[in-house]
Design a protein around this ligand. Structure first.
Ligand SMILES: [Zn+2]
Ligand SMILES: [Zn+2]
Length: 255
């Protein structure tokens, strides 16, 4: 499995940090997780296989996590020849189908009927989604918006967890326990902390409780980059930490 951080920023528009987006690639699956503004460009810049993405999973409905999805579907419909025939599945929390219907009402029926098979699957914490090649996608609710979820992508003994946007949650830490890679939002410095996002200190506490083999931080608003994120996390979690940039990737071999 290869996990790439395409967009490590927020709706604070920066040249080097796009809105949220991540790509998980296996031999059988190209799963795009979130698709905020700038992610279509990041896919093209990196030479990533945007034409053959097989699944898209949304964590929640803030526009910095899905703003480029209509563009991506339009690109699949008109952006290359011969036109796409490969099916795609859009996965997200309850409300995803309604979101796409409302986007289709604004942009046109092509958005949900683009001329190749497009299915929408709403995921709940109770039900795992089995993807090709033995990849299992599961979610858990997180404290951010009513619909917000974190995702776990597992295959064999390997497991990657992405928090999406979240506030502090002991249940999330327990759910992410012992994963290989924890991709964790790190939005705001302590002085600006709110219940819907994490500070570096709270990321360190989450990682200390979850004990991932590797911690990657993402979703940085500019003020949090003016504090020593690495030191604040290291004071709480002793494992390896990456402050992710757009285009960073993490390879996980099968066990
Ligand atoms: Zn966000
Ligand atoms: Zn959000």
């Amino acid at each position: 499995m290869r996990f790439t951080t395409l967009g490590t920023g927020t709706i604070s528009l920066l040249p080097d940090r796009s809105c949220s987006g991540y790509l998980l690639e296996t031999a059988d699956v190209r799963l795009l997780i979130d698709c905020g503004s700038g992610i279509t460009r990041r896919l093209a810049e990196r030479g990533l296989p945007w034409q053959t993405i097989t699944h898209v999973a949304l964590t929640h409905f803030h526009i910095d996590h899905h703003g480029d999805l209509p563009s991506l579907i339009f690109a699949w419909k008109y952006g290359f020849l011969p036109a796409r025939t490969l099916p795609v599945e859009i996965i997200g929390p309850v409300g995803t189908a309604d979101l796409l219907q409302r986007l289709a009402a604004a942009y046109g029926e092509w958005l949900t009927a683009p001329g190749f098979p497009l299915t929408i699957r709403e995921i709940t914490p109770a039900a795992a989604v089995e993807l090709p090649g033995g990849l299992t996608l599961t979610c858990t609710a997180v404290p951010h918006t009513a619909e917000s979820v974190a995702y776990s992508m597992g295959r064999g003994a390997r497991r990657i967890v992405y928090t999406g946007d979240t506030g502090p949650s002991e249940a999330l830490a327990a759910w992410a326990r012992s994963c290989d890679l924890l991709v964790c939002e790190c939005s705001l410095p302590a002085g600006m902390g709110i219940p819907e996002h994490l500070t570096p200190e709270q990321c360190g506490e989450l990682a200390a409780a979850a004990a991932p083999k590797h911690l990657a931080l993402t979703h940085f608003y500019p003020p949090v980059e003016r504090v020593d994120v690495r030191a604040l996390v290291a004071a709480r979690y002793a494992g390896p930490v990456t402050l992710a940039r757009d285009g960073w990737h993490f390879d996980l071999e099968d066990e």
